[in-house]
Structures are given as structure tokens and as C-alpha cells.
Ligand binder design. Structure first.
Ligand code: FNR
Length: 366
């Protein structure tokens, strides 16, 4: 039987050993609010590579201090942050996996209290506790969070430069891929959405205006990273809200991203607006996969699917039916960092992905 999940995939000059990828997942585990990776990150990312993942995308990493979701986020706006990521890259490579990094700016959803160890998880961090004024396309708050300031032209240029500078550092650290975070209601998604972007200048209005900032960043990053290095973008292909950025706009955007040299789009959803009363996201196994399948059918872009794809045969089915080119497995990998090994045993039944040091654990006899 042809296997899809365990088949290598090539993007530009990078060949990844299989199509089991781990999506970015914030760990809120820097030591001194300095954005510098710690031993936790080494263990965390190493465990996925040890557990058979083909590629891993490092969590949302702030391109600017004010672009962090919380003070506990990773950053890549200075060289100390770059240097601390080098051992993570080297460890993952030594275990046979590829590694990318998600470059992010949290926009109006920045400066919040992380999920644990804080009095009000998810709420805005008061300035007295180290919080800061957030920025957005328009001076409109997300739900109960503190109101942002609208970015002016100079502020926009500053953000573009910060993405480019961080991408340069990621290349220097040895990463195989760069991912630009344009999903989940963070800054670039806020620009894309007509619900959060009410600008009257050339960065607002129709989709071409709302996409302008993202495309500028794509162009800058694409121009400076090596020609053989894949560039990825993560989008929310639906906001699940009437009048929001939707699949039709996403299809046009992905077509533009193809033309601008992006090599794969990861298809997520939501995050830019609290859902109106009575609206429910149809969360369930593979709930975002139809969005991925639509974009794969209607564009030329390689697509990765994500969202409650928890079982190896479910993942295999998504690929075998042509709905995506790659599967990202998030929380299931947190629950079981050997998810990739288990998938290879279930689908193919051989030891190839199991490190030699551990093979005895998978055999009948001691
Ligand atoms: C996430 N997610 C996420 N997404 C993203 O684009 N950047 C990020 O840094 C994070 N951080 C994050 C932390 C944690 C603890 C979780 C559980 C999730 C979303 C994540 O990448 C993925 O899209 C979702 O978890 C859905 O996939 P699964 O978990 O159902 O496979």
C-alpha cells in the first residue's frame, strides 16, 4: 500500500523525511522576560524530533518586544536570542528532522498574561507589571483587552524591517524554513481582516490593501533568505463570522502568496474576533481540513492541514484523498512525543524512525 504520511516531501532545496510536522506552540518559558530560549525549549523540540516528526516549527517568536503575546514569549530581535536557538536547531538536525521558526507580531493581542502563574490569564498585562501599549491597523481593541494604537507609516516600516531582521537571524541560526504568522488575530491577520482593519490609507480597504503589509513582509524576507530555503505562511482561512476574512478572500491571498514566492501555506482558522452569541466553531476531528482542501484545489500552493488530526490513519487519509500535502499534529504530540514513531509503526510497521538506542523497547525479546 502506498504510504503518504511517511513519504518525504521537497520544498525548494529542503527535503523533509516525512509529512508529520509539528505546528508552532507557545511555551511561555523564557527565564527573564528576555525572549531567550532555555533548556525547556531544547528538551521540548528535541523530543518531537526524537519521536519521528519530519519537521518542527518553533513557537510564535516575537520580531519586536512589543510584538510578544506575553513577556514569556521567545524573541528574535537580538543576537543573544539567535545564539540561544542554535543548540535547538543542532539537536533537531542531529535527530534527522527539519526545523523552522514562526516569526510573529501579536498586534493588539500582545501584552497579555500567560496561561499560568498570573492572576488573570489572557487578560491585558498592566503597565505596572511590565505591560506595554499595543499596536494594530486601527485603534480598536480585541474584546476586553487594552486598546491599541493605530500604526502609522513609520510604524509599519518598522514592523517590516523587524520581520526581515529576525528572518536574517533565523537563517544565521541554521533554521531550514521561515514561517510568517498571519493567523489567529495577531497583527498580520488584523490587517487582513475587514473586521479589524478600518484604515483609509493604502494598507486598508479592499483585499489588495489589507494584504499589502503581509505581501511587503513576504517580499522582504524572500529577498534576503537563501533561494533554496522554503518560506511558509500560516493563515486563518475563516473567521467563522459573517463579514470576516473568509475562504474566498483566502483563496485570492494564497494565489498572491504563490506569486510572491511562498512555498507552503498552513491553514488554520479564527482568533480575530470573539464569536457572536449563538455562533459556534464546528470543532471536531479534522474540523479545519475542508478549508485546507479548498485552498489546495483552487490554488497551486502546497498546503498543510492542522487541527485535531490526532490519529495516524486519519492523517494518512487526509493526504491520500488529496486534501493536503503535509499534516501538522500539535496537542497529540504534546500528549505523546513519540507520536511519529507510533504512526510509522501503525502505518508501515518498520523501525526506520526509531532511534537505534531505543529499538529494543519495540521488540518482543529483551
Ligand atoms: C498553539 N497554537 C499556536 N499557533 C500558532 O500559530 N503559534 C503558536 O505559537 C501557537 N501556540 C500554541 C500553544 C499551545 C499550547 C497550543 C495547544 C496551540 C495552535 C497550534 O499550532 C495548532 O494550530 C492547534 O493546537 C490545533 O492543532 P492540534 O493541536 O489540534 O493538532
Amino acid at each position: 500500500m502506498t504510504q503518504h504520511l511517511l513519504t518525504p516531501i521537497t520544498l525548494r532545496d529542503l527535503t523533509v523525511r516525512n509529512r508529520i510536522w509539528v505546528p508552532p506552540m507557545c511555551q511561555y518559558s523564557v527565564a527573564a522576560r528576555d525572549g531567550v530560549a532555555t533548556p525547556w525549549h531544547l528538551m521540548h523540540y528535541g523530543s518531537f524530533a526524537r519521536g519521528g516528526a519530519g519537521a518542527i516549527i518553533v513557537e510564535a517568536t516575537g520580531v519586536l518586544p512589543e510584538g510578544r503575546i506575553s513577556p514569556q514569549d521567545l524573541g528574535l530581535w537580538n543576537d543573544a536570542q539567535r545564539d540561544a536557538l542554535v543548540p535547538v536547531v543542532e539537536l533537531v538536525h542531529s535527530l534527522g528532522a527539519a526545523i523552522g521558526i514562526q516569526l510573529a507580531h501579536a498586534g493588539r493581542k500582545a501584552s497579555t498574561q500567560p496561561e499560568w502563574g498570573t492572576p488573570h490569564p489572557g487578560a491585558s498585562l498592566p503597565e505596572a507589571d511590565g505591560g506595554w501599549t499595543t499596536v494594530a491597523p486601527s485603534a480598536e481593541a480585541y474584546a476586553d483587552l487594552a486598546a491599541p494604537e493605530a500604526l502609522d507609516e513609520a510604524g509599519i516600516d518598522h514592523v517590516v524591517r523587524a520581520f526581515a531582521d529576525s528572518a536574517r537571524r533565523a537563517v544565521d541560526a541554521g533554521f531550514d524554513m521561515i514561517e510568517i504568522h498571519a493567523a489567529h488575530g495577531y497583527l498580520l491577520h488584523e490587517f487582513l481582516s475587514p473586521l479589524s482593519n478600518h484604515r483609509t490609507d493604502s494598507y486598508g480597504g479592499d483585499l489588495a490593501g489589507r494584504a499589502r503589509l503581509l505581501l511587503r513582509i513576504v517580499d522582504e524576507v524572500r529577498a534576503l533568505i537563501p533561494g533554496g530555503m522554503p518560506l511558509l505562511v500560516r493563515i486563518s482561512a475563516s473567521e467563522w463570522v459573517e463579514g470576516g476574512f473568509d475562504l474566498e478572500e483566502a483563496t485570492q491571498l494564497v494565489t498572491w502568496l504563490t506569486e510572491h514566492g511562498v512555498d507552503m501555506v498552513d491553514v488554520s482558522s479564527g482568533g480575530n474576533t470573539p464569536l457572536p452569541e449563538g455562533t459556534r466553531i464546528p470543532v471536531g476531528p479534522g474540523y479545519q481540513t475542508p478549508l485546507a482542501a479548498h485552498l489546495r484545489t483552487h490554488t497551486e500552493m502546497p498546503i498543510s492541514a492542522v487541527g485535531m488530526i490526532d490519529e495516524p490513519f486519519q492523517a494518512e487519509h487526509v493526504l491520500a484523498t488529496g486534501q493536503a500535502d503535509v499534516i501538522r499534529v500539535g496537542r497529540a504530540f504534546l500528549r505523546d512525543p513519540s507520536w511519529g514513531l507510533q504512526a510509522s509503526l501503525a502505518l508501515r510497521g518498520d523501525e526506520e524512525l526509531i532511534p537505534a538506542q531505543y529499538r529494543r523497547a519495540y521488540r518482543q525479546q529483551l
